[in-house]
Design a protein around this ligand. Structure first.
Ligand SMILES: Nc1ncnc2c1ncn2[C@@H]1O[C@H](COP(=O)(O)OP(=O)(O)O)[C@@H](O)[C@H]1O
Ligand SMILES: [Mg+2]
Length: 198
């Protein structure tokens, strides 16, 4: 797949995703919550990373609310202020202010004492533009998750667990994995689970 083909696939998948109605989005968020909230790995994770849905992404905020109410440590991503193309993860607590970054994504304030090294996260819920049934992921095209979690390829621990979240309409038959792409351990859509390595 050429870079131009990847770009056009991104565009068409994002377009499809944005066409989902408010009702479809709400039903998908509820289905996602049902699929994940009771899972052992989710309930027992001490440190979980979420994201703020934009651009028609499936919304994990019901899961965030549940994890917060259970007392699990929850984190949200923040653009790294100087390491290009990387994310930081900041502990989030109910009522914390969020501010839009340069792409309009709400993110927490950078507070040094609230940072966690990405290595110490147990589970990371990862947004995506497209996926296939083998755990390959197409992102927005900036490589943020690929760079931030590239250490996983060099580590035997396979931690954190990376779980992609998607609407079923984001699935494609085959996505060519590129050298730098991080593979998901599992992908959950509003309809089903894919590629589960427990
Ligand atoms: N670990 C990495 N180190 C350096 N550059 C990277 C790394 N991961 C991704 N990139 C770069 O980021 C860019 C976007 O990556 P891509 O996988 O196309 O985006 P996305 O995963 O968001 O779909 C690519 O040009 C790629 O070379
Ligand atoms: Mg990638």
């Amino acid at each position: 797949m050429t870079p131009a083909q990847r770009a056009s696939l991104r565009q068409s998948l994002r377009h499809t995703r944005r066409l989902l109605s408010a009702r479809q989005q709400r039903d998908a968020a509820i289905a996602l919550h049902h699929a994940l909230a009771g899972q052992r790995f989710f309930r027992t994770a001490k440190r979980l990373a979420f994201y703020q849905a934009i651009d028609g992404e499936i919304d994990p905020s019901l899961l965030l609310a549940e994890a917060l109410s259970r007392g699990q440590a929850c984190f949200l991503p923040l653009l790294h202020p100087f390491r290009h193309g990387r994310l930081l993860f900041v502990r989030y607590r109910v009522g914390d202010p969020l501010q839009p970054n340069r792409w309009g994504i709400a993110q927490p304030r950078l507070l040094a004492h609230r940072l966690v090294s990405p290595r110490w996260l147990d589970v990371v819920l990862v947004p995506l533009v497209g996926f296939d049934a083998d755990g390959n992921r197409l992102g927005m095209g900036k490589g943020f998750y690929d760079r931030t979690f590239s250490f996983r390829a060099r580590s035997a621990r396979r931690r954190p667990m990376l779980i992609g979240l998607a609407h079923e309409c984001q699935r494609v038959d085959v996505l060519e994995r590129q050298d730098w792409d991080v593979t998901m351990d599992g992908i959950v859509s509003d309809k089903r689970w894919y590629e589960w390595r427990a």
